[in-house]
Design a protein around this ligand. Sequence first.
Ligand code: NDP
Length: 328
Amino acid sequence: MSIRIGILGYGNLGRGVECAIKHNPDMELVAVFTRRDPKDVTILTETAAVCRTEEAKDWKDKIDVLILCGGSATDLPVQTPEYASMFNVVDSFDTHARIPEHFANVDAAAKSAGKVGIISVGWDPGMFSLNRMYANAVLTEGCDYTFWGKGVSQGHSDAVRRIKGVKDAKQYTIPVESALESVRKGENPKLTTREKHTRECFVVLEEGADAARVEEEIKTMPNYFSDYDTTVHFISEEELKRDHSGIPHGGFVLRSGKTGWNNENSHLIEYSLKLDSNPEFTSCVIVAYARAAYRMAAEGQTGCRTVFDVAPAYLSAMSPEELRASML
Ligand code: NDP
């Protein structure tokens, strides 16, 4: 019997999860829950239902894992504990500073309901966190580096769009190649924010807006741009649609470390991602962890977990026997 999946929230991630389920034959999408009128939400899976979020409680016995695809800012802090009291859940909560608090809330709800909740699944947090942890555990003497991009930052794009006179905008975060090279050479550079990443903005102006003022406002925006070298390009609406409609992302996690009695030998661990679609990749990771949640719950485990707490074998569609046989 396949693992029955529900999706709560149908935005970029919701759609990505639906696509990922298609490529995992041991899973089946049974329902999508939305806060909008279901009539306004068209999904791709003909056999799945589209329902209002209030109806989710009626699906408790028909769904093995509910994947929560709401936004991290305001949806998930409320939704994940709420639904962990009814379902095994997985979310992609990415507000790094609030993960301990979110964990405690989901843990309490999941434990009292006898369910499993896996939080902060994706690539960062998620696969990047895991690779940073593996590298640190293995090379205890060393330096960590994380570079993001080239990719679209939704938060920075939103910040530019909020400037008066801006009709639409996309912002790319780009790693500085020379900094990456220095890390790869084992030079262990001390890098400032400005030395690690640059930012590039593609902006469509409202009719009559003052380009020089908009550029100045972007470049001097505290927290978002003032600590970076930022390039601003003004383009037409058609160009934005044609050349910048995707949501690519990616990045690099590196640890350069030393071993030997006198630290005479150097080692470099590098994990990199180049993603055409941030939400589709994130969804593939989430779906693998949904399999883990299902298996852990079947074993009688309860409570909250992060990617650190889930053994790799739980993620794979292969059995432990098949995995051992594939350890070439
Ligand atoms: P979206 O803004 O696309 O969707 C968020 C929610 O908004 C949906 O669940 C949906 O809820 C609602 N929504 C979506 N489209 C519409 C619409 N047309 N009209 C009205 N409401 C809509 O966000 P994403 O799916 O791109 O991302 C969700 C979260 O995933 C992000 O906040 C981010 O924190 C996290 N994330 C984590 C990553 C990681 O590596 N850990 C990587 C990428 C993202 P409803 O159906 O109920 O209306």
